[in-house]
Ligand binder design. Structure first.
Ligand code: FMN
Length: 198
């Protein structure tokens, strides 16, 4: 199929090479192999002033973020578990999606959102995944059937970003593929609908 959806990845921490950043990159590589175009905003690229709806000025980083999110056909979000939920860095970046609330496509209406949660234990990572799913629903997205839950107390990645754990790698690749498959299904449905109307 020629259609190459744009899949945007958001995640990581202020620390370059964090496990959530490596997990996100792996998932995006799987999306790319599935035929998508991909773009990643990770770590320092997500550092921006606290979102304030009453202040219209936007930093360069915030403008880059919303411009990319407006164009995406699917999204992958990766967060560490911080005190039972997602990180403040990522939550603040996601709050900027409020600038998409009056767009023709409101937030991520009709887009799949792949979700990845990393924690120092299963419980924390599970809580972060639940929080990410609630956010995806609030933003009118379709969380993919599989959410990736990684326990980083077990060393998962080497310094090159390769995943040493087959089960973790499978989850991350599956999330990347599912986001692309959903974008393709939506595009096919739109083609059928437009043919039926013609
Ligand atoms: C401020 C802070 C809070 C954390 N809170 C939790 C937590 O509640 N539950 C948990 O499982 N891990 C917690 N962790 C550990 C991280 O979620 C874990 O190390 C994660 O893999 C970090 O991912 P990163 O490599 O992307 O930074 C916390 C770490 C930090 C720095």
């Amino acid at each position: 199929m020629d259609y190459q959806p744009l899949i945007v990845g958001l995640g990581g921490t202020t620390r370059a090479g964090s496990s959530s950043e490596k997990a996100l990159a792996l998932s995006l590589r799987a999306a790319e192999r599935e035929g998508a175009r991909v773009a990643m905003l990770a770590g320092p690229e997500l550092e921006m002033p606290m979102y304030a709806p009453e202040r219209p000025e936007r930093s360069g980083a915030a403008q880059r973020l919303t411009a990319l999110l407006r164009r995406c056909d699917g999204l992958i979000i990766a967060s560490p578990s911080y005190h039972g939920t997602i990180s403040g860095l990522l939550k603040n970046a996601l709050d900027y999606t409020e600038d998409l609330s009056r767009d023709e496509r409101v937030y991520f209406d009709g887009c799949a959102i792949g979700l990845i949660a990393c924690g120092a234990g299963w419980q924390g990572a599970g809580h972060a995944l639940t929080a990410l799913r609630a956010i995806a629903h609030s933003l009118r997205g379709w969380p993919t059937p599989l959410g990736a839950v990684l326990n980083t107390s077990i060393p998962l990645f080497d310094e090159t970003g390769a995943c040493r754990d087959a089960a973790a790698a499978f989850q991350l690749e599956c999330v990347g593929r599912q986001v692309v498959q959903f974008a393709r299904m939506k595009a096919a449905l739109e083609r059928v609908s437009s043919l039926a109307e013609a």
